[in-house]
Design a protein around this ligand. Sequence first.
Ligand code: PEP
Length: 255
Amino acid sequence: MRTPVMAGNWKMFKNSAETSAFFQIFTPLVAQTSGREIVICPPFVNLTAAIDAVRDSTVEIGAQNLHWKKEGAFTGEVSARMLSSIGARWVLIGHSERRQFFGDTDQTVLEKTLAALEAGLRPIVCVGELLDERESGRTHLILASQLAGSVAALTPEQFSKIAIAYEPVWAIGTGKTATPEMAADAHQVIREQVGIHVGSDAASQLRILYGGSVKPDNIDGLMTQQEIDGVLVGGASLDPIGFAKIVNYSSQAGK
Ligand code: PEP
């Protein structure tokens, strides 16, 4: 039984007042929700406001990135230990926007994942293919290669602490969602690859989230798929009522 993870990525949106206002509405709407882990990843500067706002709730807070070194002359960067020391619990690693605009590679994803685990953070490692990679039939190869370069070196014990987000890049912020069947197919490939590298136990326990234009009106269809163990939501996580609807998807839809 894999507990679904319902995660929101706020990207570079919301100031500190907007952060507090979000949680005032959102937290009561998910107060009775059980059987799902709820995670919000605000920008660095609003982590403390968010952590304070969720203190008496089951909502947990994550960062959107980190540096792999413990400390040092790395202007503008934030380490895993710094994040865990303020009460962050999760961290996104290798989001496609980081890969596209800020030079994240499979190698830095691995280093960041190891640093996060060492500091006690739960990494959500993002993988996914570009549109031309899908259209040329290379989705499975790309996923296999991203996994081999980033997380295949982890031990089964380390693997038990991470989640993977499958985010087809062509579906992020575009309004185009992979169909539930397309997502489930990619998740199966990810699980198979993880099984090859780390063993079938680690693979069967791994939470694989889907991300890419998830909305209140498509969440039930996605969560119906046995292979989908939660979602990573960008745009639709900015609205507390909409994101609460996503978190509170109909449990008849699957898990
Ligand atoms: C994301 O940022 O990870 C994402 C999936 O964005 P959106 O939901 O807006 O497509």
